[in-house]
Design a binder for this molecule. Structure first.
Ligand code: ADP
Ligand code: MG
Length: 269
């Protein structure tokens, strides 16, 4: 490389940095060498650079969205055993994973079922699949979010805090049922549900179906209003299965040659 070329290269890097074109900055030197060697027309070279910038940008965007989503790690649709929840249709879940049909209109998804049935796993896996498609998602334990919103309300910032969540096409509230405390806690949740209604989607997991929701929203009118908004455009997945954790523990015990714990109790068969 000639000295002038070197100066040009340094200047190009500087300019590309300044212009925030990280993809081009990474690749231009190598591409330029190929283009020179193979005698590419200038337009082809420029197209290749632009394409590279697109690829790099979408990769970075995906990574940003993945970090901000705070999904529990390792919970993917590939790792989800659909045979364990025969009442859930894999095709339906795959359709939900595309997002368009429900996130565009702010529809909701509600997952009910006993502990260990795979609600959080499925929710996180859907979140992951949606991020891959370019949607923005936030996964949070319901109690954590409620606490944050309560602090916001104390500081007279509740509206702003809820508005900030608008950037997420999907808000995953894991374990709704554990929010049972007082009116103050549940009313921020109600504000959130009302604010997102028909605009932005929520995925809610809960151990109890609606019949028990009186315990979540102590005020009965509020309970009904919340349920009404949540279910208006909702898909409901009932996951009434035995705990996957327990099933796994029993299977593991079997596979190492030990019978399940229950059978080891003397006298039982
Ligand atoms: P829930 O949220 O309903 O209490 P989780 O999603 O936390 O249940 O599931 C408990 C554990 O079992 C997790 O480690 C999860 O990955 C696993 N699990 C549950 N259901 C399945 C499934 N159908 N396929 C694979 N793993 C599962
Ligand atoms: Mg859970």
């Amino acid at each position: 490389m000639k000295a002038t070329d070197k100066i040009d290269a340094a200047r190009i890097d500087l300019l590309l940095g300044e212009l925030r074109l990280p993809g081009i900055k990474l690749i231009w030197a190598a591409l330029a060498a190929t283009a020179d060697k193979e005698g590419w027309p200038a337009a082809r070279f420029l197209a290749a650079l632009a394409e590279q910038e697109m690829v790099e940008r979408s990769r970075r965007r995906f990574e940003r969205h993945l970090v901000e989503a705070r999904l529990p790690p390792g919970k993917t649709l590939d790792a989800f055993d659909f045979d364990a929840v025969p009442m859930i249709s894999k095709a339906q879940v795959q359709a939900l994973a595309a997002g368009d049909a429900w996130l565009d209109k702010g529809a909701n998804l509600l997952c009910f079922g006993p502990p260990g049935g795979g609600k959080s796993h499925l929710a996180a896996a859907l979140g992951m699949a949606l991020i891959e498609k370019g949607w923005r998602v936030l996964f949070t334990r319901t109690t954590d979010l409620v606490q944050k919103l309560q602090i916001a309300r104390r500081d007279l910032m509740l509206e702003a805090a809820i508005a900030k969540l608008d950037k997420y096409h999907l808000l995953i509230l894991d374990d709704l049922a554990y929010v049972t405390k007082d009116q103050a806690e549940t009313s921020v949740l109600f504000e959130l549900i009302s604010a997102r209604y028909e605009r932005r989607s929520m995925l809610i997991t809960a151990n109890q179906p609606f019949g028990e929701w009186g315990k979540i929203f102590p005020d009965q009118a509020m309970t009904l209003a919340a349920i009404d908004r949540l279910v208006h455009h909702a898909t409901i997945l009932e996951m009434n299965v035995d705990s996957y954790r327990r099933k796994e523990a029993i299977d593991n015990a079997r596979s190492v040659g030990r019978p399940p714990t229950r059978a080891t109790i003397k006298g039982s068969s």
